[in-house]
Design a protein around this ligand. Structure first.
Ligand SMILES: [Cu+2]
Length: 67
């Protein structure tokens, strides 16, 4: 399961925003975001790491490496 660090989340609203942003990407499903870990995990039919990073940056958070 791919994951990506998300820096800058401070509350549950941030978590929901990231979840929504990643869920909106084509082929991305089962998004789970942990505020404690600062980490988002998801399933991806075809992993587009750059699209994932951009979706996070676009809503004001700092994406780490997509693994
Ligand atoms: Cu917040």
């Amino acid at each position: 399961m791919p994951s990506v660090e998300v820096k800058g989340m401070s509350c549950n609203h941030c978590v929901m925003s990231v979840k929504k942003a990643l869920s909106g990407l084509p082929g991305v499903t089962d998004v789970d975001v942990s505020l404690e870990k600062g980490l988002a995990t998801f399933e991806a039919a075809a992993l587009d790491a750059e699209a994932v990073r951009q979706a996070i940056a676009k809503i004001g958070f700092e994406p780490g490496v997509v693994k």
